[in-house]
Design a protein. Structure first.
Length: 293
């Protein structure tokens, strides 16, 4: 007969913590209960697993050998339980960059919820590259051209950049011309993409004059907010700018754009997708932005 799993868990927790008190707090029972669970385990096995002392508990030789096997088994059981729980869950966990999450994904989620009212989305808005397999993330949107080993991936959209301003300012640019506009209005530079204006000007064959006044901000969301509030001419990035273009807060200047990088849709290749994950993947494929040029 196998020992009760709560006794095995108590043993492994004490071995990890080295203290009955700490193990009891971690498990959520009394120190006395932990001590009795381990005593019953030792009685069932007929061996001493732990040496108790004033400074805590340490493994005996046989306890150390037992720990190495049991700890691995318990972790596998926990992983199995999580997998079963995940398969029954209606929660879909997504990882996406912060600006993409706030400026494109979040404004579009109402349509997904309307079509899929029983599915819950959990969005990790982070610029950190998450470990999808170990962090329980179902799908990720990543700004990358890399090949991700062990993952399925497909192109979500291509990022394009182009100058934008408010409706009033863009009308003035059209009236006085690009060269004169750069004498009058500041260029807003995104320091996270220092070369964006240079890259655009080369592809658009529109060199930037040395007299252009530059205002520096540290991220795209700051640049877009500054442009919307009339600070100057900024470089928009798709799909981040699409909602602001659609509702008129931003207006495109000219028709020249520059493609920079791809957004990829990535998910673990060895994880079975259930209906909530499939529904969200289908929705992403339907709403993914097309090219503007």
């Amino acid at each position: 007969m196998y020992p009760p799993i709560q006794n095995l868990r108590a043993f492994v927790t004490v071995a990890d913590a080295g203290q009955f008190r700490i193990a009891a707090e971690e498990i959520g029972v009394s120190e006395s209960a932990v001590s009795h669970q381990i005593a019953r385990l030792e009685a069932q096995l007929g061996v001493q697993l732990l040496e108790r002392g004033r400074n805590g508990a340490k493994l005996t030789d046989v306890g150390r050998a037992f720990y190495l096997q049991v700890s691995v088994g318990l972790r596998e059981i926990e992983r199995g339980l999580k997998a079963v729980k995940h398969s029954k869950s209606n929660v879909v966990t997504i990882s996406a960059p912060q600006t993409l999450s706030s400026l494109w994904l979040a404004p579009n989620l109402a349509a997904f919820y309307e079509a899929n009212p029983t599915v819950e989305l959990r969005v990790f808005a982070t610029d950190r590259v998450c470990d999808l397999k170990n962090e329980g993330v179902d799908l990720a949107l990543r700004r990358s051209d890399a090949e991700w080993s062990g993952y399925d991936q497909e192109l979500f959209c291509l990022e394009e950049i182009f100058p934008v301003a408010t409706k009033e300012l863009s009308a003035q640019v059209a009236q006085i011309g690009w060269d004169q506009a750069l004498r009058r209005f500041p260029i807003i530079l995104n320091e996270a993409h220092e070369d964006e204006w240079e890259r655009w000007s080369v592809q658009a064959q529109s060199p930037l004059p040395g007299y252009a006044k530059i205002r520096r901000l540290s991220s795209y969301d700051q640049v877009q907010a500054a442009v919307v509030n009339g600070l100057g001419i900024g470089m928009a990035r798709t799909p981040l700018c699409l909602e602001a273009l659609s509702d008129g807060r931003l207006h495109r200047i000219g028709h020249q754009s520059c493609k920079t990088q791809a957004y990829l849709l990535v998910w673990p290749s060895d994880r079975k997708m259930h209906s909530p994950q499939r529904a969200f993947l289908k929705w992403l494929r339907q709403v993914k932005p097309g090219q503007l040029t």
